[in-house]
Ligand binder design. Structure first.
Ligand code: SF4
Length: 344
């Protein structure tokens, strides 16, 4: 097992030096009073109850904390991901599959101490990591909860599961705290990202953020049981009608990042939320096999060597195929094509 840091999980080193507590105080006192935690740069005083684009005040809204079995194999492992679903989001994705949480804010108000207890409880139930879903607007509360969680015995790594619309300056607060980053790379076209998700300049901010995440944690590392312990995994959800521009996204990853980065190419799009009736962008339907096939060809063209390919479109069940299962992505590609032909 290889780690870049002497202490693992990384947050222990910051806790022992007092840096974690210092960051928690700064986030709570400064960032929450003039919020620029994401590129919307709202500059609102959330502690005074003012809401920015994400509709979050200083109240910590959590929808659920569960053992999650549907993440990528090296994250789910045998014990599950210890997932904490937060309410609200910086995005307005018209096809959001979690829209009751992200857009309607379904969640219960929790204290910072309760968040710390949730983390420890997930560890006690066997989780391999703490998988924060849509965490950015609650970054101050998460960091504030860490000292208590550590004192209660938390020792599993933190995973930052984000839409990828991040501010570089805010990400610096996570340096040495997060061991695994799981950002989306949703779009290559800023006009499309604005129209479909309400993210101005998404590719610009997303690419800077991904590079910063890579600088912080590097490529993916596993333990001897195949559980991911550290590193960057980039998710791309392929959208119908090439709206996500998978080829451009994958080519950028292949050109700008190292071959130790993992890419998770997702085929699980289905129309949800406002996309159900969308004719303008053609998001009213599920993804076609040919569209995912084209994205997989772009994966090869980009020279991406490691990651996960889904096969919902060609098989029953939720099969994830990781690098360890099928070392050569070409095998996945050919096997999937045969299955598709057989089913057709
Ligand atoms: S986290 Fe919310 S309030 Fe802060 S800048 Fe982003 S959208 Fe605005």
């Amino acid at each position: 097992m290889q780690f870049y840091r002497a202490t693992y999980p990384s947050y222990l080193e910051l806790y022992e030096s007092g840096e974690l507590q210092r960051r928690a105080e700064e986030l709570w006192e400064v960032a929450m009073r003039d919020c620029t935690l994401c590129p919307h740069d709202c500059h609102v005083d959330r502690r005074a109850g003012v809401k920015g684009v994400c509709r979050s005040t200083a109240d910590l809204l959590i929808t659920s904390h569960v053992l999650h079995w549907g993440e990528e194999p090296g994250i789910t492992g045998t014990g599950g991901a210890g997932t904490v679903f937060f309410a609200n989001c910086q995005g307005r994705c018209m096809y959001c599959q979690n829209y009751s949480l992200s857009q309607y804010g379904r969640g219960k108000k929790r204290t910072i101490s309760e968040l710390a207890q949730m983390m420890v409880s997930l560890q006690e139930r066997g989780a391999h990591n703490i998988d924060f879903v849509s965490p950015t607007q609650y970054m101050p509360q998460i960091i504030c909860a860490m000292p208590e969680a550590i004192e209660r015995g938390l020792r599993i790594p933190l995973l930052y599961n984000t839409n990828g619309y991040e501010n570089m300056e805010a990400l610096r607060y996570l340096d040495g705290v997060i061991d695994i980053y799981l950002p989306d790379a949703k779009y290559a076209d800023p006009e499309v990202s604005k129209r479909l998700s309400g993210f101005p300049d998404y590719p610009y901010f997303n690419r800077i953020a991904i590079k910063e995440m890579y600088r912080q944690v590097g490529g993916v590392q596993h333990d001897d049981k195949g559980i991911i312990t550290r590193g960057l995994i980039i998710r791309h959800l392929v959208l119908p009608n090439n709206m996500s521009q998978a080829r451009e996204v994958l080519l950028w990853i292949g050109q700008e990042l190292g071959s130790d980065v993992f890419v998770s190419l997702m085929d699980q799009y289905f129309p949800a939320y406002r996309a159900v009736k969308d004719k303008k962008y053609g998001l009213y339907r599920s993804l076609k096999w040919e569209e995912y096939d084209t994205a997989m060809a772009a994966w090869e063209e980009a020279g991406i060597e490691q990651g996960f390919i889904q096969q919902h479109l060609v098989e029953e069940g939720n099969a994830w195929y990781g690098n360890d299962d099928i070392p050569d992505p070409n095998n996945v590609y050919e096997g999937a094509a045969e299955l598709a032909a057989g089913e057709g």
